[in-house]
Design a protein around this ligand. Structure first.
Ligand SMILES: O=C(O)c1cc(C(=O)O)c2c(n1)C(=O)C(=O)c1cc(C(=O)O)[nH]c1-2
Length: 255
């Protein structure tokens, strides 16, 4: 007897309207978003060592610094000026500007507090190979798929505020090396992510007008949940099970 361990989605309803599309997207999120991953349960439940949290933050930095690159590629896919203007603030949200701090800087405040050297973090030398492959696959996806799928792939952000709230509360409660200043990155995302997700959802509802394009939107979201899940699988394999690949960061307690 074969055993299907993937979470069950309800029997596929035809994607014959924007509402059916939205319902399917929310089902995909409920079944596949990385809030279900065991590594997140350990992180938010205070069950990781400081070294394991360092490994998470170091690897996640690669996602952070690649997001504005990804968004610049998304912008490059549109000849339509209104869409480019709408998407532009995302670059500043992460990169900041000459006068304002962005998300990447806030992430470095977190890695500083964890005792990681900034130069080492920014070089990204010590990240897991799977982190690099997964994140790069996201950048390549928005370059290679249709502009509609490029936008749809950010729809995981629909589900991000809940996990951010859970992470802020969990990490503040459980780790003595975390304080509200350190969690500023996630606090800020609580207002940024809903705006971004709302726009993307409205966009796919309006522009995916056939069952085929709605299916493509769903598959883009599934792809993105896999980008996120793969990163946590790799962290779990390396830092919970102890199989750290050659060249990757080794926490002090595992040396
Ligand atoms: O902490 C998280 O679980 C999480 C998830 C996601 C996501 O769902 O892709 C993003 C973020 N955080 C985030 O901080 C962020 O800036 C972000 C941008 C994007 C995107 O696809 O454009 N996703 C996410």
């Amino acid at each position: 007897m074969s055993l299907d361990l993937t979470p069950m989605l309800s029997p596929a309803r035809p994607l014959d309207s924007a509402d059916a599309l939205e319902d399917r997207l929310r089902e995909i999120g409920a079944a596949r978003y990385h809030d279900r991953h065991p590594f997140h349960h350990l992180l938010h439940g205070g069950q990781l060592t400081k070294g394991q949290v360092q490994a998470w933050a170091l690897n996640r930095y690669y996602y952070q610094c690649s997001i504005p690159v990804k968004d610049a590629v998304v912008i490059s896919r549109f000849r339509d000026r209104a869409t480019r203007i709408e998407w532009r603030h995302r670059l500043e949200d992460h990169d900041g500007s000459e006068t304002t701090e962005g998300g990447i800087e806030r992430w470095l405040i977190l890695t500083d507090a964890l005792g990681l050297d900034r130069g080492y973090v920014e070089k990204t030398e010590g990240i897991l190979p799977a982190t690099r492959f997964a994140v790069d696959a996201y950048v390549h996806f928005v370059r290679d798929q249709t502009p509609l799928e490029a936008i749809a792939s950010c729809l995981t952000e629909l589900f991000a505020p809940n996990i951010h709230r859970e992470r802020i509360a969990g990490m503040l409660a459980h780790y003595d090396f975390v304080n509200p200043g350190v969690m500023a990155y996630f606090q800020r995302r609580l207002t940024q992510a809903p705006r971004d997700a709302d726009y993307a959802l409205r966009y796919v509802r309006a522009h995916a007008t056939t069952p085929e394009t709605r299916e493509a939107v769903c598959n883009a979201l599934i792809f993105k949940t896999q980008v996120l899940w793969t990163q946590l699988d790799a962290l779990h394999h390396a830092y919970v099970l102890g199989h750290i690949p050659p060249g990757a960061f080794v926490p002090e307690e595992m040396r």
